[in-house]
Design a protein around this ligand. Structure first.
Ligand code: PRX
Length: 631
């Protein structure tokens, strides 16, 4: 990022104003009024939000702040699955559909709240039978299928800490995450479906557990016929594990501060960070935001297109919507299979009313053309939402016109794995300014500051920070307290999101991008170091540096600069080999689009690669300050 990236649009702001009925009927009401009410008494605000959940034992205090460690809902006892399931079964939603799932070939599954509760209890009992206890880590590496959600909830039911790993990750990435978390059990499936082909997951797991001594059992859901063999002593069949188990399982009484899950996010050092979320505050934060930000109502059919393997899936496919007793639609299918109309067909067929997706998907659809959505009646849609990277004005306009029928508000939600819940957005019913995510939601104090922590004047850019703790904030980085402290010490006493942003004169915030060595490709955070170490692990490579270059659909793509070992010669064949190598070790999302062989890399005198220089060179920009360059 350079100074030029901070250019504030000079033209007069253009707003889109939803019909006033949206604000009148929304849970939040008028944004300013709601925000002022929060500011006047933050504690009362978060106490009231917590009261929307069922607690086994009430908390004594809303929050204790011992910088930089916050504890929320002290001594409160809760189980998130009790709130996601039992509560609704008891309160008249037993036969309401909780999950609608659709496979690539059109196969369907539906679970009512009472059916989902029973499945979760059976798997929870099965996990107990193989020795899983409260506090144990369980790795879930599965495709987007109902069993993935059941597995998450079954862990939470018994107090086991789930660590879901996105099913698109390769051997190394999975191995690192299993080892760091010390998972005792890995729950997986034989395969996942992608564009009509079964992608084998089990061989990846087999390789990934080789030097992961903590793993005692691998639970395998077998989808394919004929069924794959379970050969090792360690392997257990998913369905057999549940088969004879009782349909009830008492929800473990969890302290509000007990860990609920770990979720790894790319770091700048190569080692992914295990972000720790706690039971009580996470439940409150996701329940609140699903209801008040996405404005989910009793009759909505809600679809968030994220994979439950990412934080968006955790918070807004699984926990948030189920806490609200919503009907959740989700699918294993990719957006363009069998054709680019599939998502719009699904919206029509299932009557989706709240639709939450990512800018990269919107840009992909823009490219294939509006004739695809035009074929389908999308009038069931009520609210659109976006997450993962900046929603650029062109994508906003397209989404607004061609999907939302110039009727639906677009809720652009800024947040992170670390924040657990939405932080900045434009609330339903408020004027929307394309390109700007919006303002802090009630419950959040956020601002754009300079490197000393002073708020920038409107019209200027700086770092996006959160100034006070919030209930669903990360409680730590697993096994790495120093890294956790960095979030709060990089800029004195505030949480640094490591995003660059601009504050508009109207108070709206435009998020520009990362201030560190993460590249966001199609909404996924990729650590440059992770890709570089994968490249260097190839026998032909001596050194490597990767940068993000702009891509019209994916936001960024990855370009690698590679120095070969003596005696190795660059060739097209080697380029494909290297790309394949990254694909297998980190995963397809991290595969470089381009590989260039070079003789040297720009470095600082201390030997740190100056990716900024590579990027400027690549994009024909000013090289900036080169005083620390080695030569
Ligand atoms: O750079 C921001 C970008 O995604 C980062 C967080 O990535 P992750 O932890 O994987 O979580 C993604 C889903 C919450 C942020 O630091 N980001 C996320 N949402 C937005 C965004 N950038 C701009 N606008 C957004 N709405």
């Amino acid at each position: 990022m350079t100074e030029q990236d901070f250019a504030v649009p000079l033209e007069a702001p253009k707003y889109y104003r939803p019909d006033p009925s949206y604000r009148e009927r929304s849970w939040i009401g008028d944004y300013q009024t709601a925000y002022q009410k929060f500011v006047s008494d933050p504690e009362a605000f978060w106490k009231a939000r917590a009261a929307e959940l069922d607690w086994f034992e009430p908390f004594d205090e809303v929050m204790q702040w011992d910088f930089p460690y916050a504890r929320w809902y002290l001594n409160g006892k809760i189980n998130i699955t009790y709130n996601c399931l039992d509560r609704h079964v008891k309160n008249g939603r037993a036969n309401k559909v909780a999950l609608f799932w659709r496979g690539e070939e059109g196969e369907e599954k539906a679970y009512t709240y009472s059916q989902l509760l029973r499945q979760v209890c059976r798997l929870a009992n099965g996990l107990k039978r193989i020795g899983v206890k409260k506090g144990d880590r369980v790795c879930i590496y599965m495709p987007v299928i109902p069993e993935q959600v059941v597995a998450m909830l079954a862990c939470a039911r018994i107090g086991a800490v789930h660590s879901v790993v996105f099913g698109g990750f390769g051997v190394n990435a999975l191995n690192q995450r299993i080892r760091d978390s010390g998972s005792r059990v890995v729950i997986t499936a034989d395969s996942s479906m992608r564009r009509g082909k079964a992608i084998q997951l089990k061989p990846i797991v087999e390789e990934a557990v080789v030097n992961a001594p903590s793993v005692e059992t691998i639970v395998v859901l077998r989808r394919d016929e004929p069924r794959v063999e379970l050969h090792s002593e360690m392997e257990v069949d998913f369905e057999e594990l549940m088969e004879n188990e009782p349909h009830t399982c008492e929800a473990e009484v969890m302290d509000a501060e007990d860990p609920l899950f770990l979720l790894y996010t790319s770091g700048t050092t190569g080692a992914p960070k295990g972000i720790v979320h706690a039971c009580g505050g996470y439940a409150v934060g996701t329940q609140y935001t699903t209801k008040y930000v996405l404005d989910v109502k009793e009759d909505d059919v809600y679809w968030c297109t994220a994979d439950p393997g990412w934080i968006t899936g955790h918070s807004y496919v699984v926990y948030g919507p189920l806490l609200n007793g919503a009907t959740v639609f989700f699918t294993e299918s990719t957006p363009d299979y069998p054709d680019a109309g599939i998502w719009w067909k699904l919206i029509r067929d299932y009557g989706i009313s709240v639709f939450y997706t990512a800018p990269t998907a919107i840009r992909m659809f823009m490219r294939v053309g509006e004739e695809w959505p035009a074929k389908y009646d999308l009038s069931s849609l009520r609210i659109l939402a976006s997450v993962g990277e900046p929603l650029n004005p062109e994508a906003f306009e397209w989404f607004y016109h061609h999907i939302g029928g110039c009727r639906c508000p677009i809720v652009d939600t800024w947040w992170q794995t670390e924040t657990g819940m939405h932080m900045i957005t434009t609330m339903v019913g408020e004027p929307m300014r394309p390109g700007f995510a919006g303002q802090p939601i009630p419950g959040v104090f956020a601002d754009v500051v300079d490197s000393d922590g002073n708020p920038v004047e409107p019209g200027n850019g700086g770092y996006l920070v959160i100034q006070q703790p919030w209930p669903s904030m990360l409680r730590g980085v697993y096994n790495n307290d120093e890294r956790y402290r960095q979030y709060w010490t990089t800029i004195d006493s505030v949480y640094t999101a490591t995003d660059l942003a601009v504050k508009g004169h109207d108070g709206n915030i435009m998020v520009i991008g990362r201030a560190d060595d993460l590249i966001i490709v199609a909404g996924h955070n990729i650590g440059t170091a992770e890709v570089e170490s994968a490249l260097v692990s190839h026998e032909a490579v001596a050194e490597a540096a990767v940068i993000g270059t702009p891509d019209p659909v994916k936001g960024n793509q990855i370009k690698a600069f590679v120095i070969l070992r003596n005696g190795q010669v660059g060739s097209d064949r080697l380029v494909s080999d290297l790309r394949y190598h990254v694909r297998m070790t980190v995963g397809p999302i991290a595969m470089p689009n381009e590989v260039e062989f070079v003789d040297s890399l720009p470095k600082t005198r201390s030997g740190k690669i100056m990716r900024r220089v590579l990027r400027a060179q690549e994009l024909g920009m000013d090289l900036g300050d080169l005083s620390t360059l080695e030569e």
